[in-house]
Design a protein around this ligand. Structure first.
Ligand SMILES: NC(=O)c1ccc[n+]([C@@H]2O[C@H](COP(=O)([O-])OP(=O)(O)OC[C@H]3O[C@@H](n4cnc5c(N)ncnc54)[C@H](OP(=O)(O)O)[C@@H]3O)[C@@H](O)[C@H]2O)c1
Length: 320
């Protein structure tokens, strides 16, 4: 199948743009945005930039007290409890949100985990796949009634980590051969495919979806990786300094915020983005160069994953 929409559009922004720069001049007053994990790393930067642009930002948090502390200076951000590993928690959060009667203009599905040792949650789901993908799948489907009737956007924060694995259709939950990077990679491919298909079936309701690679950024995401390994990988110097080519958290948040707000992107629904632009198809296996692998934006795989995710979670508010 030909993939035709993965081409740069010369957005005027680039890898060094920050989240605040991409919303400069955009008035989000009266808009409601949900940023999962919006109290740490990239999510916090996105929350602060969107709030400064006038949005009311709802931040679902696994650690509520920590989130309130992190956002104490951001008045228009509101924290509510949510554990993406727990379908009951997702239902409770969503029901409470729907009770407010608020309309959602943007969901940034940002929360994520990386490099977990082998772990299963819920009914035996591999933890990366469950938290990074299925939790967001359930959340967006639960919140479907509140999505703005026209022009709502869902941004899935994926990663060039998707280079590491396509969907393991025959062993999603790693009954064998567990590997932290393949597990993370599968979940990030799932994030991109989620956006690909949501954009197709959300179109009738005016919902657009995108996925993004934020770049490489030192955040608490790397907490499970020993420091010596991070030095060996070249991510940090032995004294803890950031490697060349790494972004600051404010730069790392920019592509998600851009995908959530940039007007020209409306014509590129489903696109995988990086460096505040639509990404090209990857031409090699260098994750630092990036681009998107065909398997992460394949329409047939995306529909198949949607069906599978719906069967696993018992949810599908968009199809037919
Ligand atoms: N940093 C990078 O270089 C990089 C590169 C590519 C992609 N990404 C993606 O960017 C996103 C944000 O990562 P980050 O670097 O900002 O990491 P981070 O600082 O660790 O933030 C991740 C957030 O997700 C939350 N979270 C984790 N498990 C959760 C759960 N079960 N329920 C609810 N929230 C949960 C975390 O909450 P707790 O703090 O309570 O655990 C935290 O707020 C992730 O999806 C990641 O895969 C990051």
């Amino acid at each position: 199948m030909a993939i035709t929409h993965q081409h740069r559009i010369s957005s005027g922004f680039g890898p060094r743009s920050t989240a605040e720069e991409v919303v400069d001049g955009i008035d989000l007053t009266g808009k409601t945005v949900i940023v999962t994990g919006g109290y740490s790393g990239l999510g916090k930067e996105a929350t602060v930039a969107l709030a400064r642009a006038g949005a009311h930002v709802v931040v679902p948090a696994r650690r509520v007290e920590m989130a309130r502390k992190a956002l104490r200076d951001t008045e228009s951000a509101e924290v509510a409890e949510l554990d993406l590993a727990d379908l009951d928690s997702i239902r409770t959060f969503s029901e409470r949100f729907l009770d407010t009667g608020l309309t959602i203009d943007v969901i940034i599905a940002n929360a994520g985990v990386m490099a977990y040792p082998r772990r299963h949650v819920g009914p035996g789901w591999e933890a990366h796949f469950a938290i990074n993908h299925l939790g967001h799948f359930a959340l967006v489907n639960r919140l479907r009634p509140a999505l703005a009737q026209s022009g709502a956007r869902v941004v899935a924060v994926a990663s060039s980590g998707h280079f590491l694995s396509d969907i393991r259709w025959n062993d999603l939950h790693f009954s064998r051969d567990y590997d932290i990077w393949r597990a993370y990679g599968q979940s990030k491919t799932a994030n991109a495919l989620f956006a690909t298909h949501l954009d197709v079936i959300g179109a009738v309701a005016g919902v657009h979806a995108y996925s993004v690679h934020p770049g490489s950024i030192l955040t608490p995401l790397q907490r499970n990786i020993p420091r010596a390994e991070q030095v060996a990988q070249g991510w940090i110097g032995s004294e803890g300094s950031r490697a060349d080519g790494f972004k600051t958290p404010a730069q790392g948040a920019a592509t998600a915020v851009w995908a959530a707000t940039a007007a020209p992107l409306a014509a590129f629904g489903g696109a995988y983005c990086q460096d505040c632009d639509v990404a090209e198809l990857a031409t090699n296996d260098d994750m630092l160069v990036g681009g998107v692998k065909p398997w992460a934006v394949d329409a047939v795989s995306a529909a198949r994953l949607w069906t599978l995710s719906s069967e696993l979670t018992g949810l599908d508010s968009f199809s037919g």
